[in-house]
Design a protein around this ligand. Structure first.
Ligand SMILES: Cc1ncc(COP(=O)(O)O)c(C=O)c1O
Length: 423
C-alpha cells in the first residue's frame, strides 16, 4: 500500500492483507509495521541508478538493512552506531564500490577509531575531518561533501545547503581542502551533494550543474559523484509522485559530461533515505481517550512524539486512518485533533509547521479502536526517545505472507536499569 493508496481519513482494516486489529493484539501498541513488498517496489523504481546507497538514518532496523542489502543496495552511515549496524547487517567492509561509507560533518572520537580500524571509506563534510582522518590514514582516497552555496527543503530544519546549513564543505573552499588532504597524501576520488530538490527539476538541474563545476575544479581524480538523497515521498494524496526517469536523466547527464571530458568512468550514486522506506511503514496506535475541549474533539492515542517526532519537528503531514476493533460499528467521519500521551501540549499529530493545531476528517471511533499513522517508515522509530519514561515501540516486518517481530517493545525496567543512586 503506498501513501496514494493509504485510506487517508478513512478505514485501514488491513496492511498487505494482515488485519490491523490482529497485529495490534499480537504485538501490542504502539507498534511500527514495515511492509517488505513496498520496500522492494521502491527499490525497483530506483534501478536506473547504478549504485543505491541507502541512508540508514531513515530506518536502521537490522531487518530493513538486511533487506536492502539483499536487494543489491549499499549503505551510508553517519555514526559509529550506524557503522556497527551496517556490519551486523552483513555489509562488506572492504569492497569497491565501498558497501559502507561514513558521511558526516564531524568524526566523534568513537567514529574516527572505527573508520580507522575497519578501513571505511569516508565522505568529509568539514575541512577539519581531512586532518583528523589523514593523520591516521595517510594516502587514502576520500570523498568530499560539498555545500554548493544554495539549498532547498520543505522547512528550514531540512534545508541542507546554503550559508545557514551546517552541512558540507563550503564550495569556495574546495581547492583549499584538496591541498589540506594532500598534506597527508589523501586523494579526492569523489564528490557528494545532498541538497534535496524534491520535484523541482529546475532546482535539480542547478545542483547538477554545480556538481559538474565543482568536479571540474578538482579534475580527473574524481571517479564517483553522489546525488545524495532528498527524493520526495507523497505524504498527501495531492502530492505528485516523483518522476524518477527525469531525476535520473539530469544526474546521468552530469555524470556523462564528466566522463566525456576525462575519458574514464564516473560512478553515479544515489543516497536515498526516505524513498525506499517511508511508504512501507505504519505506526499502529490504540485510541485511549476520546474527549471534547470546547468545540474540538480529540482522539488521544498511546503513541506520541516519543515514537514519531516528524509532526512536532516540522509540522509534517502523515495520512491517518482508523481500524475499528468491532468493524460492525462503522460510522460517518468527523473533524478530529489527534494527540499522544505525553505531558507536552505540542504532542499533537495533526499540526502544521509552527505548531498550529488542525483538524482532520476521521471516522467516528471509540476507546479501544486503533488509529493507523501511514507513511511512517522513514524518520519514525529512529527518532524515538524515552521521553516521559516511555519505552521504544515494537517493530514488525511483514514479508511474503509472514509477520516477524524484528524488535520487541522495550521493557520498562530497561529504562532505568543502568542508572544508580549514589552513596
Ligand atoms: C548526507 C545525506 N544523505 C542522504 C540523506 C537522506 O535524505 P532523504 O531521506 O531525504 O532521502 C540525508 C538526510 O538527512 C543526508 O543528510
Amino acid at each position: 500500500m503506498s501513501s496514494l493508496e493509504f485510506p487517508d481519513g478513512g478505514f485501514c482494516p488491513t496492511i498487505n492483507s494482515f488485519s490491523v486489529v490482529d497485529l495490534a493484539r499480537r504485538y501490542g501498541t504502539p507498534t511500527y509495521v514495515y511492509d517488505a513488498a513496498v520496500i522492494r517496489r521502491q527499490v525497483e523504481r530506483l534501478r536506473q541508478f547504478e549504485v543505491i546507497r541507502y541512508a540508514q538514518k531513515a530506518n536502521s532496523n537490522l531487518a530493513v538493512l538486511d533487506l536492502l542489502r539483499r536487494l543489491g543496495g549499499v549503505v551510508d552511515a553517519v555514526s559509529a552506531g550506524e557503522l556497527l549496524r551496517a556490519r551486523a547487517a552483513g555489509y562488506a567492509l572492504a569492497s569497491e564500490p565501498p558497501e559502507v561509507v561514513y558521511t558526516a560533518d564531524i568524526f566523534d572520537r568513537e567514529a574516527l577509531e572505527l573508520v580507522v580500524k575497519e578501513g571505511t571509506h569516508v565522505n568529509c563534510g568539514s575541512p577539519d575531518m581531512l586532518d583528523q582522518y589523514g593523520e591516521r590514514c595517510p594516502g587514502q582516497g576520500v570523498t568530499l561533501r560539498i555545500n554548493p552555496g544554495f539549498g532547498h527543503g520543505h522547512s528550514q530544519k531540512t534545508n541542507t545547503g546554503g550559508p545557514q546549513s551546517k552541512h558540507g564543505i563550503w564550495h569556495t573552499q574546495l581547492e583549499e581542502c584538496v591541498q589540506r588532504g594532500q598534506k597527508w597524501g589523501l586523494r579526492v576520488t569523489g564528490l557528494h551533494m545532498h541538497i534535496g530538490s524534491g520535484t523541482d527539476f529546475e532546482h535539480l538541474s542547478q545542483v547538477c550543474e554545480a556538481m559538474v563545476q565543482a568536479a571540474r575544479r578538482i579534475g580527473p581524480s574524481i571517479h564517483s559523484i553522489s546525488a545524495g538523497g532528498g527524493l520526495p515521498t507523497p505524504y498527501r494524496n495531492s502530492d505528485q509522485p516523483l518522476d524518477i526517469a527525469r531525476y535520473h536523466q539530469l544526474w546521468d547527464g552530469a555524470r556523462r559530461q564528466l566522463e566525456s571530458e576525462w575519458g574514464h568512468p564516473v560512478r553515479l550514486e544515489l543516497e536515498p533515505g526516505r524513498y525506499p522506506v517511508a511508504e512501507a511503514g505504519y505506526l499502529i496506535t490504540e485510541i485511549r481517550a476520546v474527549k471534547r475541549m470546547g468545540d474540538n474533539l480529540f482522539y488521544l492515542v498511546d503513541a506520541g512524539f516519543n515514537n514519531l517526532a516528524r509532526p512536532i519537528l516540522y509540522g509534517a503531514y502523515h495520512p491517518l486512518a482508523v481500524a475499528l476493533a468491532n468493524p460492525q460499528t462503522q460510522q460517518a467521519t468527523q473533524p478530529v485533533i489527534v494527540g499522544g500521551p505525553l505531558c507536552e501540549s505540542g504532542d499533537i499529530f495533526t499540526q502544521t509547521d509552527g505548531g498550529t493545531v488542525v483538524h482532520r476528517q476521521l471516522p467516528a471511533a471509540n476507546v479501544g479502536d486503533y488509529l493507523v499513522i501511514g507513511c511512517a517508515g522513514a524518520y519514525g522509530f529512529v527518532m524515538g526517545s524515552n521521553y516521559n519514561s516511555k519505552p521504544l515501540a515494537a517493530e514488525v516486518l511483514l514479508d511474503r505472507g509472514s509477520d516477524h517481530l524484528v524488535r520487541p517493545r522495550q521493557g520498562s525496567a530497561s529504562l532505568f536499569a543502568s542508572e544508580s543512586i549514589p552513596g
